[in-house]
Design a protein around this ligand. Structure first.
Ligand SMILES: [Zn+2]
Ligand SMILES: [Zn+2]
Length: 316
């Protein structure tokens, strides 16, 4: 999973941290073990997604093309096989990366063969482990690759469907705690769509982002550096949005509180009783109309989409 999230996504697609040219080559080799094509192909399609997110040109928008297409259909379609090198010029200038991208089957085959060889060797050298070449190949390559694919594909499909939106981005990206646990932090997708250059996608300490923690540890070794943070202006924007939502919630609840108090004082289901009380204490006809009218108006304010319930409630 880290090969996709920490390498293909946060390095090759967004360059959210730096490394040496040799380090970059090692990252490309490591990234290719995820069996999701070459680094340049991945980066090209991902950058395209950010440019056209949830628009018709987006190759894997669940809103435009449906869930299954965004989850798996798009990657199996021939029209999405090529890499447009003109859109990833910063990466295409390195021939070693272009080589790995053109022969993207090479690393997965070597990786699978190495797993089989290791399992075969261990079956003789350490029989107590009860492993074999085919066992390591099936679990370490085929099963893990399939699970990894569906885990990361959830970001293409579900991260634009479920969760909360902190930022008003021009797509439908969302933040999801569950998806973040599955994908090592990639589930903070609305954060990421708002500010894609940051190394971290969980913008706060409580937004668990294992990919970022691993990259941070890696930076202490000197293998990578220049991890990019989240600007103060983005945090300020998040706070403003939070205050706005909190104010909207509190004004709604205070209006609701007044309605409850009025309901308690003058239940609308007994207008005749209210009427007779008003007549008896001599307060005149004004109150007979004003009570239910205020209630109705307030109800419409709080639940403007439920006129039927309002009308029904005012019936005797
Ligand atoms: Zn997205
Ligand atoms: Zn991205």
């Amino acid at each position: 999973m880290f090969a996709v999230t920490g390498v293909y996504h946060r390095y090759f697609s967004h360059k959210s941290y730096s490394t040496s040219r040799f380090g970059q080559f090692l990252l490309a080799l490591f990234g290719a073990t995820c069996v999701q094509r070459g680094a340049l192909w991945w980066a090209y399609h991902h950058r395209h997604h950010h440019q056209h997110s949830d628009e018709p040109a987006d190759a894997h928008s669940p809103h435009i093309h449906g869930f299954w297409w965004s989850h798996i259909g798009w990657i199996t379609s021939r029209r999405n096989f090529p890499t447009d090198y003109s859109k990833v010029r910063d990466l295409a200038k390195y021939p070693e990366l272009v080589f790995l991208n053109r022969f993207d089957v090479l690393v997965p085959v070597v990786f699978a063969a190495a797993l089989f060889g290791t399992g075969h060797y261990l079956s003789y050298s350490a029989p107590a482990l009860h492993t074999s070449g085919s066992q390591l190949l099936v679990w370490g390559f085929f099963v893990s690759t399939t699970l990894l694919f569906h885990g990361t594909s959830c970001i293409n499909s579900l991260a634009h469907l479920i969760g909360r939106r902190r930022f008003d981005t021009d797509d439908d990206s969302r933040n999801s705690f569950i998806l973040s646990l599955i994908t090592l932090g990639e589930g903070w997708h609305n954060n990421h769509h708002r500010y894609m250059s940051a190394t971290r996608q969980g913008f706060y300490w409580w937004e668990i982002d294992l990919t970022y923690y691993l990259l941070k540890v890696l930076s202490w070794t000197g293998f990578i550096w220049d991890l990019k943070g989240v600007p103060t202006s983005i945090y300020r924007e998040a706070e403003q949005r939070h205050h706005r939502d909190a104010a909207a919630r509190s004004s709604t609840s205070s209006v609701q509180g007044e309605i409850n108090a009025l309901n308690h004082a003058a239940p609308t289901k007994a207008p005749s009783a209210t009427s007779s009380v008003n007549s008896a204490d001599g307060t005149g006809p004004k109150k007979q109309v004003a009570g239910p009218t205020i209630l109705n108006n307030l109800r419409e304010l709080v639940a403007p989409r439920a006129p039927a319930a309002t009308t029904e409630g005012s019936k005797p």
